[in-house]
Ligand binder design. Structure first.
Ligand SMILES: Cc1cc2nc3c(=O)[nH]c(=O)nc-3n(C[C@H](O)[C@H](O)[C@H](O)COP(=O)(O)OP(=O)(O)OC[C@H]3O[C@@H](n4cnc5c(N)ncnc54)[C@H](O)[C@@H]3O)c2cc1C
Length: 424
């Protein structure tokens, strides 16, 4: 799906059925590809971005070595002269001519670094980035060369939930719940049964609120998404599709009372998920009153256009606030997930990695989550991670090229001078 199709279908905005049918037609009418694979030949979103980049890379004859991990950086004469890499247990060295750009992501899959840097560490397995890929090895390698770090105190947060992977019971499937937590007919509460955030805010702000609430109450991470039968019918809840598509009987028996909880009353649900019943009932009564007035005096849910994107246009006066009053009632636990980490090696405006005195380490560059985010601890919006990653990769390459140009010119001047001296 592209982003337009995603929003049309997930919010069931006018014309969504046509959008859905066109998408199905596009997929199934590509008969030749269907005979070969279930994958769509049409690339959208991240796949489209990467497809184009690879196309350009191959066009220019750049060599790509996959499955090859950086293990160590070696410096001599004050600059990085060697990179030790490993492929399937075999180690070898690369000798860079001009510079090394570290762009190996953050440390979200390294529990030790999470515990060291984060106020509320969360678990690696709640991350929604590719499993076990980014373990911060290049950040550690840079630190070993005296590099400073910055903004390592937080992740690019996103609420997630996990379910057992049906094909391998000892693995989890991570599901983003960023858009689910702000839908009408639902509320998010901490384990004291109290709200702590405008649930329809951006996913990064939601994570920041979870961290703050955990530090304050010790009763968050995980928190709960509580919803009614209306929500269940219309919206996804983490890994569970709306009951229109996935009725309760299609949810695997193992998931009930482990990953999704259901009861005929709020009291029954509170008992099942061990929340104080009176606090949960008060929160839900308040939400029902806000749904009637259209005003959320606690957190202002639905007061801006961003919030409304997750609402149901059919609900008024506030599309983000629908009553939670249709039994049965449900709850799913929501974890402090992430899309990666915000901090890494400290780099200057030329993407050069700097030491504790802000002095560049010659020949060493960093971009993306391998470096501290240029936005600090803020998330200006979607693209706030890939945008600077691409920009500073470009800046690093240009700086290396201009330094290499200067060096070559210096070398040529020295050679000329040498020849003239010889002639003289
Ligand atoms: C589900 C999801 C949705 C997202 N949506 C958006 C969005 O809409 N907009 C946006 O801007 N951002 C989005 N993000 C965040 C964004 O994808 C990341 O912040 C961004 O990809 C980081 O880029 P990077 O190049 O720093 O690292 P990555 O893209 O993580 O790439 C790092 C690469 O380095 C490799 N690697 C790891 N260790 C080593 C090593 N030791 N040696 C060699 N290679 C190594 C990894 O295998 C990986 O290929 C999303 C993230 C996720 C998970």
């Amino acid at each position: 799906m592209d982003i337009g199709q995603f929003f049309a279908i997930s919010t069931r905005s006018p014309g969504w059925i046509t959008v859905f049918l066109k998408m199905l037609w596009h997929y199934w009418s590509d008969i030749n590809t269907r005979l070969l694979s279930s994958r769509d030949r049409r690339f959208t979103q991240g796949g489209a971005l990467m497809g184009h980049l690879y196309h350009k890379i191959f066009e220019r004859g750049v060599e790509v070595r996959t499955e090859t991990a950086l293990k160590e950086l070696i410096a001599s004469d004050d600059r990085i002269t060697e990179v030790k890499v490993e492929i399937i247990g075999r180690q070898y060295e690369i000798h860079p001519n001009h510079g090394v750009v570290l762009a190996a992501g953050g440390f979200e899959w390294n529990q030790e670094l999470r515990d060291k840097f984060f106020q509320v560490p969360g678990l690696t397995r709640h991350s929604s980035s590719p499993e076990d890929a980014n373990r911060g090895e290049t950040i550690v390698a840079g630190m070993a060369q005296g590099a400073a770090t910055e903004h390592t105190e937080a992740g690019w947060w996103i609420p997630t939930m996990h379910k057992p992977l049906e094909s391998a019971s000892n693995f989890d499937e991570i599901h983003q719940a960023a858009f689910d937590v702000g839908r009408p007919h639902s509320v998010c509460v901490n384990r004291n049964g109290q709200r702590f955030v405008n649930e329809a805010c951006s996913y990064d702000e939601f994570g920041v609120a979870m961290v703050e609430d955990q530090l304050k109450t010790g009763a968050n991470t995980p928190c709960w998404l509580v919803f009614d039968a209306n929500f269940r019918r219309k919206f996804t809840a983490g890994g569970f599709l709306p009951s229109l598509i996935m009725p309760d009987w299609r949810i695997p028996a193992d998931c009930w009372d482990h990953y999704i909880f259901k009861a005929d009353s709020i009291r029954g649900l509170a008992e099942k998920i061990h929340l104080p019943e009176s606090a949960l009932s008060t929160t839900i009564n308040n939400m029902n009153q806000y749904a009637r007035t259209g005003e959320d005096p606690e957190f202002g849910r639905g007061n801006n256009d961003y919030d409304k994107m997750f609402g149901d246009p059919a609900i008024s006066p506030n599309p983000c606030l629908g009553p939670i009053d249709q039994a049965p009632y449900y709850a799913v636990p929501i974890n402090l997930g992430d899309l990666g980490t915000k901090g890494g090696l400290k780099a200057n405006s030329q993407a050069q990695v700097v030491d504790g005195n802000d002095k560049p380490i010659p020949g060493l560059y960093a971009a993306g989550n391998n470096s501290g985010s240029p936005f600090g601890n803020l998330y200006p919006g979607a693209g706030g991670t890939i945008g600077p990653a691409a920009t500073f990769g470009f800046v690093a390459a240009n700086h290396i090229a201009s330094e290499a140009g200067k060096n070559l010119k210096q070398q040529a001047d020295d050679d000329d001078k040498g020849k003239q001296e010889k002639v003289a």
